[in-house]
Design a protein around this ligand. Sequence first.
Ligand code: 5GP
Length: 187
Amino acid sequence: MTDSAGRLTVITGPSGVGKGTLVAQLLQRHPLIWLSVSATTRSPRPGEQEGSSYFFLDRPSFERQVAEGGLLEWAEFAGNLYGTPRQPVERQLAAGRPVLLEIELEGARQVRHSFPAAFQVFLEPPSFEELERRIRGRGTDSEEAIARRLERARVELAAASEFDARLVNGDLLQALAQLEQLMGLAA
Ligand code: 5GP
C-alpha cells in the first residue's frame, strides 16, 4: 500500500467527466485529504462560493498572481484563466497532508515538471456521447461554452496515455473504489 501522507495527487480529465463529484465523494470519505481551491477568471455558477469553490478574480488580478509567481500552475480553458495558488499547497504538503489538485490537461502537464513525484490520474467518460450528455445536463453553460468545452474535451481525451493511471467514470462508486485503491487509501 502506498503512503499517501504529504503526497500530491492530480486528477484531470475533460470538463463534464465528473471530476468534481468524484473528488467530493473522496473528500467525504477521507477528510484528511486537502483539496486545493483554484483561482479563476470565470464567473461564479449558481451556488458557487468564493473561497471554497474558487477564488473568483478579474483578469488583471489573476495576471498579477502569475507575474508574482503565486501560482503553481495555470492555464486558459474555454476562454477563462484557472490556476493553483502555490503557497497553500506547499504548506499542506510540508505539514504531511495528502494534497489533491483537480485541474485540466495543461496544468497537469506543468505539475508533471514542477512536481515529478506527483501521482497523476486521468478520468475518462464511458464514451464521448455520454460526456456531451453530462455537459449539457449541467444546464449552466451557454451553447458557445458547451461547444468550446466539447472541442477541448477531444484534445484532452487524446492525452490520456500520458498519465500514471486512467479511470473510467461510468459508475461513480466503482470509480471511487478504484481511485482509493490507486491512492493507497483504505476503503
Ligand atoms: P469549470 O469551469 O468547469 O469549473 O472548470 C473548467 C476546467 O478547469 C475543469 O477541467 C477544471 O478541472 C479545470 N480547473 C479548475 N481549476 C483549475 C486550476 O487551478 N488549474 C487548471 N489548470 N485547471 C483548473
